[in-house]
Design a protein around this ligand. Sequence first.
Ligand SMILES: [Mg+2]
Length: 93
Amino acid sequence: MTAATPGVLAEVRRERERQEAKWGEQTLDPAVWLMVLGEEVGEANQAALEHLMGTRADLSHYREELVQVAAVAVRAIENLDRQQAAQVRTVQV
Ligand SMILES: [Mg+2]
């Protein structure tokens, strides 16, 4: 960790909360989560490419997309943990 880490994680948390408010708690197949994550990675790629090609002046959009990538990864992990916990409860019943 660096001195910047808490601030970055706070941004990811705010984005995670924004996504939760927009989409609610989602239960998706892991393959679908990877598609959602891939879509966000694609947007980060596009923003970086636009900067590289000179059509976007700075990397602020690229940075925003990276925060979205991290927040979606957190959602996917939370979903997986919920699904696995539910499976354990089902087996124990
Ligand atoms: Mg995005």
